[in-house]
Write a protein that binds this ligand. Structure first.
Ligand code: IDC
Length: 339
């Protein structure tokens, strides 16, 4: 009798633990997607929260540059990532230069494909205006305004959508006060005209590392604004976590929209131990993160083996995944425990 009671108690405990684990699932046991469960996200203090006000951590995958890796921005691949990789959020990285939108505006269609698929699949999706070599976001501000107007008009009503308005501002003159904040203050109201509440993420100085700078001079007057921090495990360590910790303490809501297992070049990796240290920090602080990137270009940060899945079909086997791909998949599937 006593034994049966103990067994029942253990089963009940196990059950309640696994129920808790459901918050980390792209689709739960009842078949509800993450967007169905969390709804329209909001920011409370420094925390990203569900529509009901519960703090959450989203984890997901970034496309590589859509000008090269746009073949993966489709429903089959996103469904595979959702169901096999347990991905909750997809980032559509639309470069401005490097063969991106400014040079080939049709790349926008890959963002549209991404968002349409994400809505269908019930995952969150980040629309990333991926500035990089153009350094100062004001350089293509009018194009950004035009682009985000269209996106907010088209998708503002869907809770799936998150806007990232400038990937990585960089350059000595691209300061928070003079360049990034004024840019954000020009783009945010345009989005807000059509989309009153979905999350808007703002880049920070020096390739989105100086996340502490908005602390002294935050963007005010709008709800649901977050700031991005990017790291590469082979390049950025404790010192950048300290910057992030200071920023959090000062009230800055952070979303890590890009982080790689390699060095900042995208190559030389995989720094598993260093990446896991970062993930512990992010878990403790309930900060969402997205891995860079879904590419088969042969870089160590890329998730696929060199030249694998050239058509963009998904359904990958172990040998079509790179070392980083295998590692990130296990993390997202909760097969590697983050301390
Ligand atoms: C890199 C890609 C690489 C490409 C390069 C320039 O991995 O294939 O040639 O961009 O287009 C970032 C950027 C991200 C970089 C990545 C790795 O946001 O665009 O991608 N990185 O270098 N910041 C830090 C690292």
């Amino acid at each position: 009798m006593k034994r049966i009671f103990v067994a029942l108690l253990c089963a009940a405990l196990l059950f309640s633990c696994s129920e808790k684990g459901d918050t980390r699932l792209s689709v739960d046991k009842k078949g509800r997607t993450v967007v169905e469960r969390y709804g329209r996200l909001q920011v409370n203090g420094t925390a990203l929260c569900t529509a009901g006000g519960k703090p959450v951590q989203l984890r997901g995958i970034s496309s590589g540059g859509l000008q090269r890796d746009g073949k993966y921005a489709n429903e089959d691949v996103l469904r595979w990532l959702r169901d096999d990789w347990n991905m909750q959020v997809w980032r559509a990285a639309m470069y401005t230069l490097e063969g991106g939108y400014i040079q080939r505006p049709a790349i926008k269609n890959k963002v549209i494909d991404s968002v349409d698929a994400a809505i269908k699949l019930g995952v969150y999706v980040i629309i990333d205006w991926h500035i990089l070599s153009d350094g100062d976001p004001r350089r293509y501000q009018s194009q950004a305004i035009e682009f985000f107007t269209e996106m907010a008009q088209k998708y503002g009503e869907y809770p799936n959508v998150i806007y990232e308005i400038c990937n990585e501002p960089n350059g000595n003159d691209t300061t928070w006060e003079e360049a990034i904040k004024p840019y954000a203050e020009a783009v945010i109201p345009v989005i807000r005209q059509y989309d009153p509440d979905n999350i808007i993420i703002v880049g920070t100085p020096q390739w989105s590392q100086r996340v502490n700078e908005p602390a002294e001079d935050p963007i005010t007057g709008y709800r649901n604004i977050m700031y991005t921090l990017h790291f590469y495990a082979g390049t950025h360590g404790e010192w950048l976590r300290d910057v992030a910790a200071d920023a959090i303490a000062a009230g800055v809501p952070i979303f890590v929209t890009e982080c790689g297992t390699s060095e900042a070049s995208g190559g030389s990796g995989v720094y598993e131990q260093e990446y896991l240290e970062w993930l512990s920090f992010l878990k403790k602080n309930n900060i969402s993160w997205i891995n860079w990137s879904l590419t088969n270009n042969g870089e160590e940060s890329g998730l696929l083996s060199y030249n694998a899945d050239r058509e963009g079909k998904g359904g990958w086997t172990e040998d079509t995944l790179s070392a980083s791909g295998k590692f990130i998949r296990r993390i997202l599937r909760n097969e590697i425990r983050i301390k």
